[in-house]
Ligand binder design. Sequence first.
Ligand code: MG
Length: 304
Amino acid sequence: MTTSAREETATNRTSAQHHELLRSAPEASLQSPVRLQPARVPRHRARALLEIGGRRVPFMRWSFIRLLLSMRRLMRVWQVGDGREERLADHVVQNAREGDLDDVIRAIDEYCYERSYMINVGDEKGAILDEAVRRARPSQVLELGTYCGYSALRICRAMPDDARVVSIEFNAANALIAHRILEHAGIIDRVAVLVGTLGDGGRTIATLEAEHGLAAGSLDFVFIDHDKNVYLSDLELILGQGWLHPGSVVIADNVKFPGAPEYRAYLKERQDQSWRTVEHEAHLEYQTLIKDLMLESDYLGGPA
Ligand code: MG
C-alpha cells in the first residue's frame, strides 16, 4: 500500500479499530507505522464513508486536510510537499494503458478520488472545459498552469487532431511529472510544456513567440488555472501581445474558490463590449460540498 493510500484509509478507521491495531501489533511493528495499517478498504466502501447524504465531503479525507495545511507552500511552489504529485505519475504509468488518453484521464481521477486529493480541474469542471474546447475548435491553445498535465490531457482529447497546446508551468518538477504523464498517454507531440510564467519579465513571452508560434491573432483558446492573483494581469499581458482574435475563447478555473474577484469584475465590466462571458456554476474538484465557478469568455475584439 502506498503512503497516499494509507492516508485515505486512515480517515476511515474508528478509534476502537486504532486501539485494536495497537494492542495486537507485535512490539517490533510498533516502531514501524507502516505495519499498523489494516487491510485496504474496498473502494466502494471507502467512497461511501467519504459521503454524507450523497455529497462527497472533502474534510473527511486526510489528503484534503493535509493539502489545506500545506496551502501556503502549495501557493508558493505548486506542490503539496508530501510527494503526491510524483506518486500520481507512478500510479498512471502502473495503472493506465499506454497510449490510451481516456484511460490516463480515468486513472488520474481514480487517484484523486481514492488516493490523494489533488488540485487538477477534476472531472466535473473538466466536462465544462471539454465543452468549451469543442465549441472553440482551436488550432493553437495556451494553458497557464500545467500542474500534472490533467487539463492538458482533457484539452487534447477535445480539440481537433492537428491542434497544438503550449502549457506553462511554474514548477520544473511538475513540468517533468506532466511530461511523463503526457508521454504515457501518447500525446507528447501535441503538447509542449514550458517552465516559466507570463509575468517573468518577457522571457517566457519571447520563448512562446520564437519557439511556439504565438503571434498576433494566433491564439484561439486559453485555459487559465494557475496563481489566482495573476489571472487578470496575465490576461492583460496576452491582450497586450495581441495574440487573441475576435472569437478566441478564454476559460478560467477557480474564479469562486479560491477566487479571482478582480478577473471576474474586469470581465463583468466589459460584458458585450470586448468580452461575452458565461459563468458556469460547479464544485471545487473531486468533491461536491465547496462550490466553484468557471468563466468562459468569448473575446469580441476592440478595446481591452
Ligand atoms: Mg484549478
